[in-house]
Design a protein around this ligand. Sequence first.
Ligand SMILES: [Zn+2]
Length: 471
Amino acid sequence: MATTLISGGTVISAVGRREADVLIDGESITAILAPGQAAAFGIAADRTIDATGKYVVPGGVDVHTHMSLPFGGTEASDTFETGTIAAAWGGVTTIVDFAVQNTGTSVHEKLAEWHEKAADNCSIDYGFHQIIGGVDEDALKAMTYLVDNEGITSFKLFMAYPGILYSDDGQILRAMQNASESGALIMMHAENGIAIDVLVAQAIARGDTDPQFHSLTRPAELESEATHRAIQLAKVAGNVPLYIVHMSASGALEEVAAAQHAGLNVFAETCPQYLYLSLEDQLMQPGFEGAKWVCSTPLRTKHEHHQSDLWKGLRLNELAVVSTDHCPFCFKDQKELGLGDFSKIPNGIGGVEHRMELIYQGVVAGEISLERWVETCSTTPARMFGLDKKGVLEPGADADVLIWDPNGRTKIGINDKHHMNMDHSAYEGFEIDGKVDTVLSRGMVVVEDDTFKGRKGHGQFVKRGLSRYLH
Ligand SMILES: [Zn+2]
């Protein structure tokens, strides 16, 4: 098998940095060598990649994407093919997407459907979480089966979207009890959907139909209330590991921090949109423009301190992971479904390509360290979700590598760097210090010299183990 030596770079891990060379044999890393060791040992790799002046980090792991997700009468515009190409352009080498079961459908059949969408289409590796939108006897049985046999060890429940994906508290408790038995982790969309639906109906009846009312009818209190309730239910269900997705607000973060201080197995993620974008600057843009930034949980007001609190949460590990909740819809014909009624705008922002870039900006701005960038974007998501060969550069790990040029610059925008299948960018005009230089997926160069060199079908389904935080 072909060997590759990545030489001359600075290897950054979650716990430190050092000048080192990375030796790859086939699809795996075989050694991390001190500078000069390769020559001293007489190692002549088939190919050498010069990383002088660059950072060599584990490829990004994005544990929250929705390729081809059916939503509100349309479908997320990135397929597994286009979405994993965009991910690779952004230095991401593994995604974990969501197979969706809802009331009256079979978990096994829906999972098979998602396998079919992804198989032979991905250019980087992928796994699945299973959404359980209809908790019943069959679904509970299937949950255990998936953990034991299918490499699917995390289940997402919804306290939002009544009638579509919503579970009531009794259903949530039963699913949590089941996960507590099998060792699985519960992911929670924590917003009080019953109360939100009342506020939405009242806003529409008043004639408040613009995109900004998407956020105003989903107040932060209904995120913190649901977060609190999910935490208490998880405690009652035997302290099952609970992972709150796409956290957007200070109050919800306080609930998570309090639970962690009480010793509960509670974790949370946030996404770049909540760290950079706001109600006033994006959702309130004139006319229907704000529809581009309709996502749930919603963007929050900049007049409170959600963004600075979320950065602080990342520093303190109250927020363990940054994911994207990549769920792209085009403006034309898709977001436009909600013209005149914000509640019909498909919920989602495309971002799988830009997470490594945007969170690196947090390093440049002094919010987090380089090591914390690697930890929140690669190492912890891999550990949290049992991706045992991902998220680290060490012998035996998959050779998933991002070579990052700290002296480069990246301009994000529809006519600049943009490879997602969307007609706009949520981050149009953002200019980023640093640049994705080279990306390897299991030893194969997939991005190099501003060219995509990957191959559809190279990406394989990864069976995941249990969360390594607890087992
Ligand atoms: Zn999501």
